[in-house]
Design a binder for this molecule. Structure first.
Ligand SMILES: *[C@@H]1O[C@H](CO)[C@@H](O)[C@H](O)[C@H]1NC(C)=O
Ligand SMILES: *[C@@H]1O[C@H](CO)[C@@H](O)[C@H](O)[C@H]1NC(C)=O
Ligand SMILES: *[C@@H]1O[C@H](CO)[C@@H](O)[C@H](O)[C@H]1NC(C)=O
Ligand SMILES: *[C@@H]1O[C@H](CO)[C@@H](O)[C@H](O)[C@H]1NC(C)=O
Ligand SMILES: *[C@@H]1O[C@H](CO)[C@@H](O)[C@H](O)[C@H]1NC(C)=O
Ligand SMILES: *[C@@H]1O[C@H](CO)[C@@H](O)[C@H](O)[C@H]1NC(C)=O
Ligand SMILES: *[C@@H]1O[C@H](CO)[C@@H](O)[C@H](O)[C@H]1NC(C)=O
Ligand SMILES: *[C@@H]1O[C@H](CO)[C@@H](O)[C@H](O)[C@H]1NC(C)=O
Length: 566
């Protein structure tokens, strides 16, 4: 009962080659979408680029019967975009039993499209456990490139599996292993994973069918598999994992979870957690369990007599050279919508991990600060006899002390950017060379399919500016953004949504037709070329001397908008 797959595959290959062509360039038609700034027309200053204005600049990629463009990554040379998706569930018609109806599940890449099937048996088992046609598909949730290998895991109808493939020929599957503890069972569960240079996979995910057993789990590679303690709410308490990074001697995990230390009512806090990469677990105590797991609360709030907290971490972006983590937070879904961006210095996070712990003797006692027995812990090891070197931390302490007393505070007393009545879902940050300095541009995805472009504060005494907002969908067809991937070298942003990937060029200086409009946009990518008499990118200009840029304050209307937004 399989649909005509040959034809489907050919169609996919065609569209993907289209995408590849777009990857290597693609400038919109001359004059398309250009903004005029004649008398009485204020569109130049208006920070919203409507769907019809942006459409000529962007490229869309979608395929029939494909949904959930939520996993995006690049090959090592960044010349190919790799997209993990799922197939559209076809509602079983009365003539077909759900068991015989077969829809291929697949992942796609430019120039290649690979079907990744859930087999009929697995789907049947999924249905028999009460899951829907929609849930019993293969949703790609791990997509990691490692040299010429693509390591990828999918939910596979609530029976997660992982495969190791050759990047240049994705049909070549080298290993197929269980996805348990590497990939969630349910497509709705949030997870994160990374591969280290030495080949260990660190995954933070739900480990079971019901999603009640979350863990940060290490497997593969040469080191022993380890996890966070099972069913222990002091380690993890209904977490939603957001991101993970391999930094120095540690792997870091960012997530939100129910605050175990907060005793009046249910509150979600955002966390940074870390483990040592050389952790080998305990002996007798904490066997197969991390001995270096610690976590700390992240604070992103508006100061005041009673600070206003943005409790729930949604997305992060790490700038390794500066060791800065940009993070976007929102309020709880049940309260008024509001979002904020806070920036954390890795050194502030490290400092909190070197400080005191917060400790609760038993479930009825109060949480109290407790001095850190190993301040400045750097993952050193000690000889434990019988050929094992455990990390230099008492196992009793490792079991007792999980949560840090101090809270990680962001740069500056107030968030880098805030906006009310909107929920941001993801962010990426581009570092842009302007005329006299580097600028950080924050791209924020909304839950209704638009992207805000925000200029990070120029210095401690200025605020951030909302430069513009682009609408990726026409009114009435808006949908939440599922993923963002920045290609810094080519100044391109890829946006994944339910039914397509969108390629957005970040340099759009041609929008601004006059010098006034060009400089007034305060866009770090653009300047007025006095020789060419055009608004251009720095690279296009004839000479730096002839290229004007004037970024000292926010554009007028954007500043106004911020003031109105409070
Ligand atoms: C994938 O295959 C490569 C080459 O055989 C191997 O080195 C690597 O460990 C495998 N990775 C995983 C995660 O299985
Ligand atoms: C990819 O691998 C498959 C399976 O080994 C092989 O049949 C096919 O020819 C390969 N494709 C290319 C383009 O090398
Ligand atoms: C996963 O995260 C998204 C975005 O924050 C949220 O809407 C969703 O409810 C989360 N999933 C679960 C199972 O909590
Ligand atoms: C979080 O930051 C706000 C604003 O700076 C501050 O008022 C508040 O005390 C901080 N909260 C915690 C728990 O550190
Ligand atoms: C981050 O912390 C380091 C070390 O304390 C410091 O040198 C650096 O200036 C900080 N970065 C910012 C942006 O504050
Ligand atoms: C990593 O840990 C080792 C000890 O195991 C320590 O000597 C080294 O300084 C640490 N590296 C960093 C970057 O902190
Ligand atoms: C344990 O550490 C000692 C010295 O610190 C070293 O000589 C020994 O090789 C290590 N053993 C293992 C199994 O790593
Ligand atoms: C911050 O930037 C503003 C605008 O460019 C400038 O007037 C001010 O002097 C700067 N402050 C510092 C501390 O550099």
């Amino acid at each position: 009962m399989a649909p005509a797959r040959e034809g489907g595959l050919a169609r996919r290959l065609l569209s993907l080659q289209g995408l590849f062509a777009l990857l290597s360039g693609g400038v919109p038609r001359e004059g398309a979408g250009a903004r005029t700034s004649g008398a009485g027309c204020h569109s130049t200053e208006h920070p919203v680029f409507s769907y019809s204005e942006i459409e000529p600049w962007i490229h869309r990629f979608s395929e029939e019967d494909t949904v959930d463009y939520s996993q995006l990554t690049f090959d090592p040379g960044q010349s190919e975009l790799i997209v993990g998706t799922s197939s559209v569930p076809h509602l079983p018609s009365s003539l077909l039993s759900p068991f015989s109806h077969f829809v291929p599940c697949f992942i796609t890449v430019p120039l290649q499209a690979v079907d990744w099937h859930c087999d009929d048996f697995t789907k049947a088992a999924c249905f028999s456990r009460g899951k829907s046609e929609e849930e019993c598909q293969n949703y790609v949730r791990v997509l990691l490139v490692n040299g010429d290998r693509l390591f990828t895991c999918g939910t596979n109808a609530f029976t997660p599996i992982c495969t190791n493939r050759t990047l240049s020929n994705l049909t070549l599957v080298h290993d197929q292993i269980s996805g348990m503890a590497r990939c969630p069972y349910s497509p709705l569960h949030n997870s994160t994973a990374l591969l280290t240079a030495s080949g260990e996979l660190y995954a933070a995910t739900a480990m079971d069918f019901s999603g009640r057993d979350p863990a940060i789990y290490r497997s593969l590679g040469a080191l022993p598999p380890l996890r966070t303690a099972q069913y222990n709410s002091k380690w993890l308490n209904e977490p939603n994992f957001v991101s993970s990074y391999d930094i120095g001697n540690f792997t870091y995990f960012f997530f939100r979870e129910n605050a175990v230390e907060h005793d009046c009512g249910r509150t979600v806090f955002s966390r940074a957690a870390r483990v040592c990469k050389n952790d080998v677990g305990g002996r007798f105590l904490l066997e197969d369990t991390w001995t270096t797991f610690m976590k700390a609360r992240l604070n992103c709030s508006r100061p005041g007599d009673i600070p206003f907290y943005y409790h729930e971490l949604q997305g992060t972006f790490y700038l390794p050279k500066l060791q800065l983590l940009y993070a976007v937070f929102t309020t709880n879904v049940n309260s008024i919508a509001a979002s904020a961006v806070c920036v954390f210095n890795l050194s502030a996070i490290t400092q909190v991990f070197n400080g005191p712990f917060k400790y609760q003797e038993n479930s009825r006692s109060a949480w109290l600060p407790y001095p850190n027995p190993n301040p400045d812990f750097q993952c050193g090891t000690i000889d434990y006899g019988s050929n094992v070197n455990l990390t230099e931390r008492s196992l009793q302490d490792a079991q007792k002390f999980i949560l840090m007393q101090d809270v990680v505070q962001p740069l500056g007393p107030r968030p880098t950017f805030t906006e009310d009545n909107v929920r941001f879902t993801h962010l990426v940050v581009d570092v842009v060379q302007g005329k006299n300095r580097l600028f950080h541009i924050i791209y924020l995805a909304t839950d209704y399919g638009t992207i805000r472009k925000v200029l990070s504060p120029l210095n401690q005494s200025t605020g951030s500016c909302l430069l513009d907002e682009i609408e990726l969908f026409p009114p009435g067809r808006r949908q939440p953004i599922r993923s963002l991937l920045l290609q810094h070298g080519r100044s391109v942003l890829f946006v994944g949504v339910q039914d397509q990937v969108i390629r957005v060029p970040l340099v759009r200086c041609g929008f601004h037709r006059t010098r006034e409009a060009c400089l007034g946009a305060r866009d770090p990518y653009c300047g007025w070329d006095l020789g060419l008499r055009r608004c251009t990118a720095l690279e296009e200009s004839l000479s730096m001397k002839q290229w004007e840029q004037n970024i000292r304050e926010c554009p007028v209307s954007a500043a106004l908008r911020l003031a109105l937004a409070g």
